[in-house]
Ligand binder design. Structure first.
Ligand code: NAP
Length: 251
């Protein structure tokens, strides 16, 4: 059984890591997939990988280059996507960055950039797609937050604020749209093996690992499985929730 047959899914930051794993799994499950990224080479490579995952070659896969922090750019791209694909049933706000530093050393531009890419982007995409989802009286929004948004992280006030902000945004939107057939939920991953965590110093990685009861780093696919469930009709009565995927870090 294909859980997403006939659906169109838009995944921001689908060119790498968790976003690419979600895009591949959605393609395996029958969805048409659109990814957004900024890196031309990475986008091309991701497009080929996602195409190779399709359950059926008639499924459309496309990539658009846009900075998700740019409201006008997102509006224009969403308009093009709706022209090409006709609709978007599932929106996954996954694009994210870190610019870690202690508050006393954190530059204003690092605060602004993280808030813009991680949080303002969610406003940009949801606002751009709300009209078409409302018209369809259906839709599913999944926002990729973080355990850091739940428990904080030293050296990460910008990142934590953006990820907590996503949770408040999601719960508010879930309340606004619940009667209109649109669900909104968050996933809060823990420590997942991607390029974002690869660059952490070894001592830091060891310290994080010691906080994980399951004693292993998560894989992008661990997060993708939950993103599949939340996007499917199996989660039809679930909205406004935060699901942690963290090997037991937060409980
Ligand atoms: P990643 O491997 O670094 O991938 C980040 C993705 O975001 C890339 O596809 C990148 O695309 C895209 N992106 C970054 N800035 C963008 C922008 N301005 N406009 C459009 N796309 C942009 O990161 P990841 O680890 O998979 O993280 C994915 C999400 O999960 C993030 O929101 C992150 O905060 C969250 N998360 C990750 C972990 C973890 O342990 N890895 C834990 C908790 C939460 P381009 O390179 O093409 O720009």
């Amino acid at each position: 059984m294909q859980l997403l047959k006939g659906k169109v899914a838009l995944i921001t930051g689908g060119t790498a890591g968790i976003g690419k794993a979600i895009a591949c799994l959605y393609a395996e499950q029958g969805a048409d997939v659109v990814i957004l990224g900024t890196h031309p080479e990475r986008s091309k490579q991701a497009l080929q990988e996602i195409e190779a995952c399709r359950a059926d070659p008639v499924q459309k896969v496309s990539v658009f280059l846009v900075d998700v922090a740019n409201a006008k750019g997102v509006d224009e791209v969403v308009e093009q996507i709706l022209k090409v694909h006709g609709k978007v049933d599932i929106l996954v706000n996954n694009a994210g960055i870190t610019r870690d530093n202690l508050l006393m050393k954190m530059k204003e531009e690092d605060w602004d950039q993280v808030l813009d890419v991680n949080l303002k982007s969610v406003y940009n995409t949801c606002r751009a797609l709300a009209r078409s989802m409302l018209k369809a009286k259906a839709g599913c929004i999944i926002n990729i937050s973080s355990v850091i948004g739940l428990m904080g992280g030293a050296g990460q006030v910008n990142y934590a604020a953006s990820k907590s902000g996503m949770i408040g945004f999601t719960k508010s939107l879930a309340k606004e749209l619940a009667t209109r057939g649109i669900r909104a939920n968050c996933i809060a991953p823990g420590y997942i093996a991607t390029q974002m965590t690869e660059v952490l110093p070894e001592a830091h990685k060891e310290a994080i690992l010691s906080q994980i009861p399951m004693n292993r780093i998560g894989q992008p696919r661990d997060v993708a499985h939950v993103a599949l469930f939340l996007a499917s009709d199996l989660a039809g009565y679930i909205t406004g929730q935060v699901v942690t995927v963290d090997g037991g870090m937060v409980m």
